[in-house]
Design a protein. Structure first.
Length: 329
């Protein structure tokens, strides 16, 4: 793979968060019991990455042999992820100190989960999307059960991990079927071949499996059952982080594949997404009314919001994409 200095400049937000995470790991390993250092390093690194993202706002630029893109779409989502991570870290410090569970690795996990989110938004290849999803998810599994002395936290983390592994299986199998029918995992090449592929049953099965995997990540009906339990058991600041940053990252990948690559309007795929969207809106709102726990109510509310945004994907046009991006902001 060949790359230029422009590739490095455009990918500066990704590289900055990576370097910050590695530096924080070294500092945490060298100075046990002093999470304050990791806290300030994390804040500084995220702020610098946000500055680079602002500088890179502009036309999209293919990077690293067209495996990711910089600018435009990616920079917009980077600012969402970095803002969410910054606020989560700032709000978490006093919260963790009060519960006497503050550890430097908490901030490090947020950094690497943010890196996974940024990869998902920048990806122009299904394999890169998979890597981003797994990097984000593994960190969130640990963060969900960070208060390990609480039974409800352990339960939520285990449930999130097991169901996440189930969704990962669908994602990988779907990617394999799409690769088998299209001969590539590059989204641009798949987009060019889509008129031919839409008649291929193998491709449609693979795309359907991607719908299942992404629906799990955005907590859409009927793949939403993990969300109320995980949000309830996770630290409060992590519930907020998962309902903002993680959900935005899942929609970034969802839009990249099903709006920017597949022309789902008027196809069976579009109909399936529309049904999932309608079910999420109805079940999410009705279930939220019956809750007497605030975090569970917010979880069901986020399921309904996922339905609203999925309706933009079902529309399958530029207005749908713009509506989703505006809604996430």
């Amino acid at each position: 793979m060949q790359f230029t200095l422009n590739d490095l400049w455009q990918s500066a937000p990704l590289l900055t968060v990576t370097a910050t995470g590695l530096l924080a790991l070294l500092v945490e390993g060298a100075g046990k019991g002093k999470p304050i250092r990791v806290y300030w390093i994390s804040l500084a690194g995220l702020a610098v990455a946000a500055g680079f993202s602002l500088q890179n706002l502009g036309p999209e630029v293919p990077l690293f042999s067209n495996s990711i893109v910089g600018g435009g779409y990616a920079s917009y989502f980077n600012l969402l992820f970095l803002s969410s991570a910054l606020f989560s870290i700032i709000l978490s410090k006093a919260y963790l100190e009060r519960l006497d569970v503050e550890r430097g690795e908490f901030y490090i996990l947020i950094l690497f989960s943010t890196l996974g989110m940024m990869l998902m938004a920048a990806a122009t290849d299904l394999i890169v999307i998979f890597l981003g999803i797994e990097l984000m998810s593994v960190c969130l599994y640990v963060l969900a059960g960070f208060m390990r002395k609480k039974m409800i936290a352990n339960e939520s983390s285990l449930k999130y991990f097991l169901l996440g592994a189930f969704a990962t299986g669908f994602l990988l199998y779907g990617i394999a079927l799409i690769y088998g029918s299209a001969g590539t995992t590059n989204l641009k090449l798949i987009s060019q071949a889509f008129p031919r592929l839409v008649e291929n049953s193998l491709f449609l099965i693979g795309a359907g499996m991607l719908v299942i995997a992404f629906s799990f990540k955005v907590a859409a009906v009927p793949f939403h059952m993990w969300a109320p339990d995980v949000y309830e058991g996770a630290p409060t600041t992590m519930s907020a982080f998962m309902s903002t940053g993680a959900k935005a990252a899942a929609f970034a990948a969802f839009v990249s594949v099903f709006l920017r690559t597949f022309e789902v309007a008027g196809t069976k795929l579009g109909e399936i997404v529309a049904i999932v969207a309608a079910a999420s809106m109805i079940i999410g709102n009705v279930s939220a009314i019956a809750q007497n726990n605030l975090k569970r109510m917010l979880a069901y509310s986020s399921i309904a919001h996922a339905g609203y945004m999925l309706s933009g994907i079902a529309a399958g046009n530029v207005e749908g994409e713009r509506g989703i991006l505006f809604y996430l902001a």
